[in-house]
Design a protein. Structure first.
Length: 220
């Protein structure tokens, strides 16, 4: 009888990386996401670029709803809508991509709800955190890049886009001040995960800061 050969187990696929980009409206999150996407490609990493709320069809429908300035949406309903969009994004796109070993660059994630609904809407960070733990199944970014810019400059940048402000962008200075405070609290609580970047610098320098912040996650 021929000797049986031991079964060779398939090599374990390394989990992908989830990199999130955070900050108040107007700080340049989309610009950083695009620039970092190009920079990672040059380093041999083809990352998937997604946004929140959105990224998949159901979540994009929620995005249109929650940002519509013609609608009245209560603070708790707003938090639930964002969490619902996030749950669908995790199930349909994020979890499968990470399981396949892909990198994902995500414009906003749970920290946005903590800052905007927990801080800005004053629902409390812990209440919003619990809601989103359920929505995401506890998925946590490998690294979060927090763009910081003074409020006046951020509002000027947002206005210069030439787009009508959405429902949240119509809020007042106090609302965005509470959001900025919440982001500061989050960064102070998790300095290893959340890396603070100076959004007042030129775009290419912000990308450089981001690459430094990701250096320990890059292969080789």
């Amino acid at each position: 009888m021929r000797d049986l050969q031991p079964l060779q187990s398939a090599p374990m696929r390394e989990r992908g990386r989830l990199i999130t980009i955070e900050g108040v409206d107007g700080v340049g999150k989309s610009t950083l996401a695009a620039g970092l996407h190009r920079a990672l490609a040059l380093a041999g990493i083809e990352a998937r670029l997604l946004r929140e709320p959105g990224g998949v069809q159901t979540s994009e429908a929620v995005r249109a709803l929650v940002k519509d300035p013609a609608l009245s949406v209560g603070a708790r309903a707003e938090a639930l809508l964002y969490a619902a969009a996030r749950a669908q994004l995790v199930e349909e796109a994020l979890a499968p991509a990470l399981e396949r070993g892909e990198w994902v660059l995500l414009d906003r994630f749970v920290d946005s709800s903590l800052a905007y609904q927990g801080g800005g809407r004053e629902l409390g960070l812990e209440a919003v955190r619990e809601l989103n733990l359920f929505a995401t199944g506890g998925l946590t970014p490998d690294r979060t890049l927090l763009l910081t810019l003074d409020g006046e400059s951020a509002r000027a940048r947002a206005s210069s886009r030439g787009e009508a402000p959405d429902r949240l962008e119509q809020e007042g200075v106090d609302f965005f001040g509470r959001i900025a405070d919440a982001y500061r609290q989050l960064a102070a609580a998790e300095p290893e995960r959340i890396r603070v970047l100076d959004a007042s610098l030129p775009a290419e320098e912000v990308v450089g800061q981001a690459l430094v912040a990701l250096a320990d996650l890059l292969p080789g």
